[in-house]
Design a protein around this ligand. Structure first.
Ligand SMILES: [Zn+2]
Length: 81
């Protein structure tokens, strides 16, 4: 995934990420364009689950994607789970 500057659309360099919880990253971004120079924080969050983990951690709760919910409901109704 290429991340670009919100102002000039040049690439940004990222560094020193922190992970406040298992589903969230914060990284500090710096625009590489010397004529722009914007810097700030970006956030990446795991927001839905599309395929459940085979090794789930009890403290990680990432809601099911609506598509996964629909598939699970169909499997339940078909009695094939
Ligand atoms: Zn920029």
């Amino acid at each position: 995934m290429r991340i670009t500057c919100p102002h000039c659309r040049e690439s940004v360099a990222t560094r020193s990420s922190v992970r406040p919880n298992a589903a969230l990253y914060w990284a500090y971004a710096q625009c590489v364009n010397p004529e722009c120079g914007w810097g700030g924080k970006i956030q990446i969050e795991f927001v839905t689950t599309r395929a459940p983990s085979q090794n789930p951690q009890p403290d990680v709760q990432i809601p099911a994607d609506p598509e996964l919910r629909r598939l699970l409901r169909e499997q339940l109704l078909a009695g094939s789970y």
